[in-house]
Design a protein around this ligand. Structure first.
Ligand SMILES: C[S@@+](CC[C@H](N)C(=O)[O-])C[C@H]1O[C@@H](n2cnc3c(N)ncnc32)[C@H](O)[C@@H]1O
Length: 243
């Protein structure tokens, strides 16, 4: 399973902030309008998006596999309900289900998962990313490269190095992450490594998969609504409804 742990969990929100990508809160807020009843947020993490949405009045509960992420979420948003469980083991029916921030791509057997989501709800919010930088060679494969760095509240620096392997035909991307904590003098305090196995889909393959599993597209938002129309599509968000 792909539970976030250690620095990957602790530094998750700081890396998102450093990326300065548009937030998905507005899109999820729009998607949840007029959904009557309880909705489920799969992979709700530290509550970064779940917290503001639940506080804005949406009947949204979180589901998160990582105990560390759940603890961060409960600490930051004590009134917002989060269950510590793997979605693959979770049973229930919902007015809608939201899976932002690429979490769906961490799941094995996407066809089976889309079918199972269809059994649990008639309305699904899904955000997926497409690894253009890895495919085009802009990011080197099979070697470590500097990814991002953040200033930690404790005064140290957090650095992320990444190494990936991509198989275009199989739609598989394996990313190793190396998290390095450095003190003010630049000395390494601690290092941790994680591995993420992700799936990615071409537009055609994804649309076939959605059709096959009983989903039709209500709305599609490119690059989180940011940028020009003819930009490469790195991120695609779907509002889906059951056929
Ligand atoms: C990319 S992070 C996104 C977190 C959050 N949605 C956000 O945007 O801040 C993916 C999250 O999904 C959780 N996760 C991964 N597999 C899961 C599963 N099978 N069931 C529930 N949560 C899962 C991870 O622990 C991690 O917190």
């Amino acid at each position: 399973m792909s539970a976030y742990t250690g620095f990957e969990a602790l530094w998750h929100d700081l890396f998102w902030e450093a990326e300065e990508a548009p937030s998905e809160v507005l899109l999820i807020d729009e998607f949840l309008q007029k959904k009557d009843g309880r909705s489920l947020y799969v992979g709700s993490g530290s509550g970064r998006l779940l917290g503001p949405l639940a506080e804005a009045g949406h009947e949204l509960v979180g589901l998160e596999i990582s105990p560390e992420m759940v603890a961060l979420s409960r600490e930051k948003f004590p009134k917002v309900k989060v269950s510590e469980e793997s979605w693959q083991k979770h049973e229930g029916n919902y007015a809608s289900i939201v899976i932002p921030a690429f979490t769906f791509q961490l799941f094995e057997d996407p066809q089976r998962q889309l079918q199972r989501l269809r059994e649990q709800t008639d309305h699904l919010y899904l955000t997926l990313f497409f690894p253009w930088a890895e495919l085009s060679g802009d990011l080197p494969s099979n070697e470590w490269y500097f990814d991002r760095s953040i200033s930690l509240p404790s005064g140290e620096t957090g650095e992320l190095e990444t190494r990936h392997k991509i198989k275009e035909q199989a739609g598989s991307l394996v990313r190793k992450h190396r998290y390095v904590m450095k003190d003010a003098a630049g000395e390494i305090v601690k290092k941790e490594e994680t591995v993420q196995r992700m799936r990615f889909f071409t537009d055609v393959a994804l649309k076939n998969l959605l059709k096959k599993t009983g989903w039709e597209i209500e709305k599609e938002v490119l690059n989180l609504g940011d940028g020009e129309e003819d930009d490469l599509v790195y991120v695609c968000t779907f509002y889906l409804r059951g056929m």
